[in-house]
Design a binder for this molecule. Structure first.
Ligand code: SF4
Ligand code: SF4
Length: 130
């Protein structure tokens, strides 16, 4: 399961993700992170069954947490199976099936946004829910 974690750095620069790993024993895979002097945002991947404990502890530490599901959405009415997204995606989210129809394996997505930008049909978008 993927979570977007946003945290302020104004209160201090404690590594809250490392703290949650230590306290909960859950192995957190940080797939993407952007941190500046005032705020940080990280995309993390954790086992589904640990979601509530990790989410709760991160919230207690002052982070805002958003669960991401169906991260990349494909509009099949727009897609023309050109394959451009297959070429650009660093995570191999896209592939063709035996009929050369596009298949999306969204669990691997790290939300880099490259496929959304490159799709000539505007068939791809980002979904998220909290
Ligand atoms: S780039 Fe767009 S139109 Fe081309 S296969 Fe991917 S989703 Fe379909
Ligand atoms: S957002 Fe990035 S990682 Fe996710 S499917 Fe698109 S190209 Fe792949």
């Amino acid at each position: 399961m993927k979570l977007i974690v946003t945290f302020s750095r104004k209160a201090g620069k404690k590594p809250i993700i490392a703290q949650v790993v230590r306290e909960t024993g859950v192995l957190i895979n940080v797939e993407r992170a952007q941190i500046d002097s005032s705020e940080g945002e990280a995309l993390i991947d954790i086992p589904d069954e640990t979601c509530s404990v990790v989410k709760e502890r991160l919230s207690e530490l002052g982070a805002s947490v958003r669960v991401l599901e169906d991260v990349i959405s494909l509009d099949e009415n727009r897609c023309v199976d050109c394959g451009a997204c297959i070429s650009i995606c660093p995570q191999e989210v896209f592939s063709f099936d035996e009929n050369w129809k596009l298949v999306v394996n969204g669990e691997r997505c790290v939300l880099c946004g490259r496929c959304i930008e490159i799709c000539p049909q505007r068939a791809l978008s980002q979904k998220g829910e909290g």
